[in-house]
Design a protein around this ligand. Structure first.
Ligand code: BES
Ligand code: ZN
Ligand code: ZN
Length: 492
C-alpha cells in the first residue's frame, strides 16, 4: 500500500521525484489553481508557459515538465481539474485529479501533492483520491510499474485534528476500496464461494467483526433454496457468510446484503462467450458488503452492522438447476426458475429473508444484478430502488461521497409480469424495465423494513481505460456510499 503523510514543509524544499499542482480552466484559458504555495518565480513562469506546453486543464489531463532549479523536486506535474470558479474545485474533482496524477506517476517513488488542501474536507478528498489512484492489481504478473511508494500532501492543516481525522478516514476508505477491487479482479478459479468465505474470515481476524459461515449442508437444512439451486451446477458449493459488527451503544442496526456470484456463466440459460468475459465481477456486491463492514468497524462507527454475503457459482452441468425447476426460498416462498441466468435475485432472496429475521432498522442490498441497469444508466452511474426513505438516504450519501447513484422507481404494474403458472412467482418478467422487475422481485422478500436496493452492474467494473482514481477492472463502487450511509446513521 502506498504510504500517505501530511506535511507543512515548503514545496520548494521537498525532496520528491515529482510535485503535483492543479490546473483548471477559466473560459478558454488554463490557469494554475492555488494549492500549497509554489515559489512565485516558478508559478509566474509556469502560468505563462501553459499554452505552449499544450496544457488545457481539462479533467484527466496529466502533464509532466522539468521542475527547474527553484524546486528541489525533479519534475512538476500538472493535473487537470476542469472548469473552476473562485470557490475552486469540488471534492470529487479533487479526488479524481489527485488520483489521475498518482496513477500516472506509477513507477515513481516519492510524490508531493501541492493541491488545494486548505480545509479538512479537501485534505480528506485529496488523500482519498491519491490512495485510490495508486491502486494496481499485480497478483498474477511481475509488477511492471510499481505504484507510487510515498505521497506527501502539503497542507497548512497537517497538524490540525480535523485534517488528521480526514486523512485517517481516507486511509480506511482506500483500504476498503482496494480490498473490493482485489476480490473483483481475482481469477474465479481462485475465488469461489468457499475461498471467498475463508478470505472474509481471515480479513475479519483481529477486528471487531465476527464471522459465521453456513456451508452447503447448513444451507440445505436451513431451507436456503435460492443459494442451493443456483450453486448446484457447480463443483464449488455455495456459502452464506454473516458478518456482525455490534458496538456497545449502537444507534441503529443496518443490514447489508451482497450478491456474491463468483462466476456467472448463466447456468443452463448459458450466456454467449462475450457476455461471460467479465462475469468474475458478479460478486462485487458481496465484496462491497465485506469491506464496508470492516471499514465501519475500523472507524468504530456507533452503528450495529450485519453483513450477508450470498455466495454461489452459477455453472451449467448435469447437476445444474433447470429452467422450469421450482425452488423454495428461505421462509417458504416458491419460485419457478424460468431463466437460470437471473440467479442473483434467487441468492439475494435467501439472504434478504435471513437479514430480515433479525429485524434490522434498514436493509440495503447491493448487486451486479441486471444488464438492464447498464442500458438505463450506462457504465458509470448506479441505480437505487426501494422504500422512499432508504432510497433517498442512499442517494444523499452517494452525493456526499462522490459516487454516482440515481433513484429509480418500482412500478407495481411491472410486478405483474413476475407471476408464475405453478409457483408463488417466477424469476423472469418483462424485458422492458428489466432492472425494475428485478427490484420488484427482491421486494417480495423484504417485508416492511425500510430497504434500498443498489444495482451496480455497470459501475462495479471498468471495461474501459483507467480514469481519475479508477483503474481498469474492479472499481469498488458502493463502498464510499454505504460507509457514508452508516456514518450518517451514526450521527442522526
Ligand atoms: N450478472 C448478470 C447481470 C450483469 C450483466 C451484470 C452485465 C453486469 C454486466 C445477471 O445475473 C444476469 O445475467 N441478468 C440477466 C437477467 C435476465 C435473464 C432476466 C440479464 O440482465 O440479462
Ligand atoms: Zn446471470
Ligand atoms: Zn449474475
Amino acid at each position: 500500500m502506498t504510504e500517505l503523510t501530511l506535511t507543512t514543509k515548503n514545496v520548494d524544499r521537498i525532496q520528491a521525484d515529482a510535485v503535483v499542482v492543479a490546473v483548471g480552466q477559466r473560459g478558454e484559458e488554463a490557469r494554475l489553481v492555488p494549492g500549497a504555495e509554489l515559489p512565485s518565480g516558478v508559478a509566474k513562469e509556469l502560468s505563462g508557459l501553459l499554452p505552449a506546453l499544450g496544457v488545457t486543464g481539462k479533467v484527466d489531463e496529466v502533464v509532466r515538465v522539468a521542475a527547474g532549479k527553484d524546486l528541489a523536486a525533479d519534475v512538476l506535474v500538472l493535473t487537470g481539474v476542469g472548469p473552476v470558479d473562485d470557490d475552486g474545485p469540488d471534492l470529487e474533482t479533487l479526488r479524481r485529479a489527485a488520483g489521475a496524477a498518482v496513477r500516472t506517476l506509477a513507477g515513481t517513488a516519492d510524490v508531493a501533492l501541492a493541491l488545494p488542501a486548505d480545509t479538512p474536507e479537501r485534505v480528506g478528498a485529496v488523500s482519498e483520491g491519491a490512495l485510490l489512484g495508486a491502486y494496481s492489481f499485480d497478483r498474477y504478473r511481475a509488477q511492471h510499474r510499481a505504484p507510487v511508494a510515498r505521497v506527501e500532501l502539503v497542507t497548512d492543516l497537517a497538524r490540525s485534528k480535523a485534517a488528521k481525522a480526514a486523512h485517517a478516514r481516507a486511509v480506511v476508505v482506500a483500504d476498503a476500496v482496494a480490498g473490493v477491487r482485489d476480490l473483483v479482479n481475482a481469477s474465479p478459479s481462485d475465488l469461489y464461494p468457499e475461498s471467498f468465505a475463508e478470505e472474509a474470515t481471515a480479513a475479519a481476524k483481529g477486528t471487531k467483526v465476527k464471522v459465521s459461515v453456513l456451508d452447503e449442508k447448513a444451507l440445505e437444512s436451513g431451507g436456503y433454496g435460492g443459494l442451493i439451486g443456483v450453486g448446484k451446477g457447480s463443483a464449488r458449493p455455495p456459502r452464506l457468510v454473516k458478518l456482525s459488527y455490534s458496538p456497545a451503544r449502537a444507534k441503529a442496526h443496518v443490514a447489508l446484503v451482497g450478491k456474491g456470484i463468483t462466476f456467472d456463466s448463466g447456468g443452463l440459460s448459458i450466456k454467449p462467450a462475450k457476455g461471460m468475459e467479465t462475469m468474475k465481477m458478479d460478486m462485487a456486491g458481496a465484496a462491497t458488503v465485506l469491506h464496508t463492514v470492516l471499514a465501519a468497524a475500523a472507524l468504530e462507527l456507533p452503528v450495529r452492522v450485519t453483513g450477508w454475503l450470498a455466495l454461489a457459482e452459477n455453472m451449467p452441468s448435469g447437476t445444474a438447476q433447470r429452467t422450469s425447476d421450482v425452488i423454495t426460498i428461505r421462509g417458504g416462498k416458491t419460485v419457478e426458475v424460468l431463466n437460470t441466468d437471473a440467479e442473483g435475485r434467487l441468492v439475494l432472496a435467501d439472504a434478504l429473508v435471513a437479514a430480515g429475521e433479525e429485524s434490522p432498522d434498514t436493509i440495503i442490498d447491493i448487486a451486479t444484478l441486471t444488464g438492464a441497469q447498464m442500458v438505463a444508466l450506462g457504465s458509470q452511474v448506479g441505480a437505487v430502488m426501494g422504500t422512499d426513505d432508504a432510497r433517498e438516504a442512499v442517494v444523499a450519501a452517494a452525493n456526499e461521497a462522490g459516487e454516482q447513484f440515481w433513484p429509480m422507481p418500482l412500478p407495481a404494474e411491472l410486478g405483474e409480469s413476475l407471476k408464475s403458472q405453478v409457483a408463488d412467482l417466477s424469476n423472469m418478467g418483462d424485458r422492458f424495465g428489466g432492472m425494475l422487475v428485478a427490484g420488484l422481485f427482491l421486494k417480495e422478500f423484504v417485508g416492511d423494513t425500510p430497504w434500498a436496493h443498489l444495482d451496480i452492474a455497470g459501475p462495479a467494473y471498468n471495461e474501459g481505460k483507467p480514469r481519475g482514481y479508477t483503474a481498469e477492472g474492479g472499481t469498488g463502487t458502493g463502498v464510499r456510499t454505504l460507509l457514508t450511509v452508516l456514518e450518517r446513521t451514526a450521527t442522526r
